[in-house]
Design a protein around this ligand. Structure first.
Ligand code: ARG
Length: 580
């Protein structure tokens, strides 16, 4: 197709598929195109195909070559070993592909062919409790997914499912009344949410009279008693102010408009209960109403219940999540639900989704996915804690990131004036924290290590940001506008140039790969490879010292690299400063 660009590997696969189908005489023959150490790419599909049709693989490979489809894109094609095909892409063809990408604002990334309405459930801290590093992970991963989904053209609904309802609110409201709103507000503004929670909890444990008050208060809250709701609302507002502070420092897209806490689903819970009841799914279990989704058992192999209503008659966390699915599917009209929540809640979500399927709320093409993630650990490999052993205050952690980045830049670039340094320090410090998280396979735990995440070499944000800033400075020093080289025809010759060109053309595939498993580390790793390919290119291929037209071509390659880097970092929610 004229005008379309694709990763060379995907394009070759596309060209070869009809040839393989024809030889196979069936519809599902995969050419198996892979990157290769010996050439640019390798076609491995002749071997399984030959086996299928009972001929010699080298003969099949020869028939593939004879089809001539590779001629337009390859300068060399060779049959190797038992029947592999080694491909070398044609330099002029690579250059033309690059020209097409450079002329495209989307850098070759096509919008999704099937657009969906996606609810992304992420961040979700709890009211009157410190946001912990798990919430940080959820916020950072969720933000990257939201940005990428939007870029691909999906309709994205952000939902911050804060914990703002349920039993603890009895004691939290009573404690607020005891100490007075001003004192509470003061503490929370300083980010001492845990202090508030702990004090309330201590009273609840020690003081039977307080316990009684707290119990009565929950009942009033759930009955929407106006006076109680008013105090509850103040508590929620105070916490939200703190969350907003954190989101502001992090630079994520979440706003107050995205709040969709547990409380919002309270009024839907009776409906969920009715529907489960009407479907005949509710069972009695020690006075509680539960559903037994098939396939879930405890350690003793007994069926595991999802508790819908406690023996005391209260709806549960699970009930609110059932109501939440109902709301997202039937009111929001979403056909993809992503839950960016820690791995320990995997069973909870699997059971909730299964019960929703049983009652007909969740049916194809609607899909619900738990985008799980591992823990953030300290250097002792235990859950990250502050020195005093308490939960880490997130805002303090982010401030420290900026301070450390500021010190690092001062050392590296003393010429930067103080305003510029403050701005860049924030981009680098926050970028480093986010990237350390995003570049790790999300299902794995990762160790929070200041020195490593802020290092200017290795797979870090500063390294990638530096690669970008370095390209900007090539243009600055030469007094050339970057826009002025856009549209200059590129030519490709040197091995490092060829490697960089192929990497640039693979950007759409990196995004595909990330979204296939909702794993931002796929894109992060691509950007790291891009930075390394650029470094090799810049070492071996002089830019300003080259004669025309090579100089203009290389400048255009530099510009496209910087655009791709900054765009990719942008999808991850990370800034790419022009100088640092
Ligand atoms: N507030 C919960 C927590 O801190 C996370 C909520 C996740 N979202 C949901 N729909 N359950 O663990």
């Amino acid at each position: 197709m004229a005008g379309t660009v694709a990763d060379p590997l995907s394009l070759v696969a596309e060209l070869l598929e009809p040839v393989f189908r024809e030889i196979a005489g069936r519809d599902d023959a995969d050419p198996v195109v892979r990157p290769s150490d010996r050439a640019d790419a390798q076609v491995n599909g002749a071997l399984p195909l030959a086996k299928q049709i009972g001929t010699n693989p080298r003969e099949v490979a020869q028939r593939v070559l004879d089809s001539g489809v590779l001629q337009a894109v390859c300068s060399n094609v060779e049959i190797a070993g038992p029947g592999f095909i080694n491909l070398t892409f044609d330099d002029a063809w690579l250059a033309t592909q690059l020209d097409v990408v450079a002329a495209d604002d989307r850098l070759g990334v096509a919008p999704a062919t099937r657009t969906r309405t996606v609810v992304v459930d992420y961040s979700a801290p709890n009211v009157a409790k410190e946001m912990h590093v798990g919430h940080l992970r959820s916020t950072v991963i969720g933000d990257a997914l939201v940005r990428t989904l939007e870029f691909l053209g999906h309709t994205v609904v952000r939902e911050n499912h804060i914990g703002d309802w349920g039993r603890p609110f009895g004691m939290l409201i009573e404690h607020l009344l005891d100490i007075g709103e001003d004192v509470a507000a003061q503490g929370m503004r300083q980010g001492d949410l845990d202090g508030f929670y702990k004090a309330a909890n201590a009273k609840f444990t020690d003081d039977p009279a307080f316990q009684e008050r707290a119990r009565e208060r929950v009942v009033m809250l759930q009955a929407y008693d106006p006076g109680t709701i008013e105090i509850w609302q103040r508590l929620v507002t105070m916490s939200n102010e703190y969350f907003t502070l954190v989101y502001g420092q992090l630079g994520v897209l979440l706003t107050d408009g995205d709040l969709a806490g547990e409380s919002r689903y309270q009024s839907l819970m009776p409906e969920v209960y009715e529907r489960l009841d009407a479907a005949g799914l509710l069972r009695d279990s020690d006075g509680a109403k539960v559903v037994f989704p098939p396939g879930f058992t405890n350690r003793d192999n007994e069926p595991l219940p999802l508790i819908v209503k406690s023996s005391a008659g209260a709806f549960m966390y699970a009930t609110s999540d059932l109501a939440c699915v109902l709301d997202r599917v039937e009111r929001v009209g979403a056909d993809l639900l992503l839950y960016v929540v820690g791995a320990p809640q995997a069973q909870h979500f699997n059971m909730v989704f299964e019960v929703c399927r049983m009652v007909g709320i969740l049916e194809p093409p609607v899909e619900a996915v738990h985008v799980a993630f591992g823990n953030v650990l300290g250097d002792d490999k235990k859950m990250l804690r502050s020195r005093s052993g308490d939960a880490v205050k997130l805002i303090a952690l982010l401030d420290e990131a900026v301070e450390r980045a500021s010190a690092a830049i001062e050392e590296k670039n003393p010429d930067l004036d103080s305003d510029a340094r403050a701005a860049v320090a924030r981009q680098i410090g926050i970028g480093a924290v986010k990237y350390a998280d995003l570049s790790t396979d999300r299902v794995r735990d990762y160790i929070f290590d200041w020195d490593r995440m802020l290092a200017f070499d290795g797979n870090t944000a500063p390294y990638l940001q530096y690669a970008h800033a370095r390209i900007c400075s090539i243009f600055r020093r030469a007094g050339i506008e970057r826009e002025s080289v856009r549209g200059m025809p590129m030519s490709i010759a040197q091995p490092q140039e060829r490697a960089l060109a192929q990497r640039l053309l693979a950007y759409p595939s990196a995004i595909d790969e990330m979204m296939a498993s909702y794993s931002p580390n796929k894109l992060a790793n691509y950007l790291f490879d891009l930075a390394q390919d650029f470094t090799a290119f810049y070492e071996h291929c002089p830019v300003m010292k080259a004669d025309e037209p090579v100089r203009s071509s290389r400048l255009a390659v530099c510009d496209l690299t910087a655009r791709t880097m900054s765009h990719g970092l942008g999808l991850l929610g990370i800034a790419a400063p022009d100088a640092m």
